[in-house]
Design a binder for this molecule. Sequence first.
Ligand code: SAH
Length: 369
Amino acid sequence: MMTDDLAPLEREIRRRIEIAGPMAVVQYMSLCLTHPKHGYYTTRDPLGARGDFTTAPEISQMFGELIGLWTAAAWRAMDSPPKIRLVEMGPGRGTMMLDALRAAKVMPDFHAALAVHLVEISPTLEQIQRNALTGSTVPVMWHKSIEEVPEGPLIVLANEFFDALPIQQAVMCADGWHERVIKIDENDKLHFSIARDPIPLFDELLPSGLHNAKIGEIFEWREDKIALELGRRVAHFGGAALIIDYGHAESAIGDTLQAVSGHAFADPLAAPGQADLTAHVDFQALGLAAEGMRARVHGPLGQGEFLRRLGIEQRAAALKAGAPPEYASAIETALARLTNEDSKGMGKLIKAVALANPKLEALPGFETE
Ligand code: SAH
């Protein structure tokens, strides 16, 4: 293939493979999403009807409002400290924070205690967030990573953030687990393959119950760095982190790496940096990392159940009562999309988990856990 015809990121990936050999999935995913010049998030606003995918806050204001009320309740459970950092990881267009802050206004003491810290890697999305939050009376600051946020008590929100963090994959072979890599095949196309040598002692690192994987099956995992840091901060300084994402409650075998472009599934290798790449969150691994730092894990439970417990049905009814009749069906549709547990809804596959300081007994939505 004439590499001149290729998009700059694909050219760079091919050049790296030619020089350094097969590329691990983790490196590929990370270049595709956050390459400083050509990464998917770096170069565009991927959200909404004209983008590639839609998230809960973009579906309805009800989502961010309920999250805002959850945040206020978490703050009360912390004995209402006079200053609190509200941190959001990967805020997208800033919609959820905007709706949460508006809902928080009904509790003036909470609203007055807030300083917002947004952790965003994409300069494009940071600019959109700055525009969205210009009118805010709460101070707002931006950071490139959680480590940059000053230490102290905090409440963290992360919606569809962890699924955008790169994963590593290993494939079970006759002689053990091999890392899944990307090569250039004989037709000059990017394709999935496996590293030549098995990963030493990988079986010992696998969660129990996954030792009878069959040949060809895939296990995937993520670096724990952010989960460890969130767990450490809430346990050490006080507070909680609410994480809402696509994922499974228990570690499992399976390939969940997927590409989405224009609201449809795509081939993850077809157009590097042009499609959204995600993989499910392993909530068991996430929880274990946070527990290792002495945080307490609440949940996970399905987004549908979580939002119902926070009162989404009552909120939808109130909105309908106050809106012109032509909006009523839009509110119903949004409610169904956010909470339905079938394959079209976000109610079950998307889950909510809280990592909290052990002193926080009850957190709204997680009461019976
Ligand atoms: N929470 C938003 C957006 C989800 S998309 C919503 O629900 O609509 C993922 C977000 O995480 C984007 O804002 C993206 O730019 C950001 N992001 C992805 N990887 C990141 C990283 N490593 N560090 C910080 N932000 C990241």
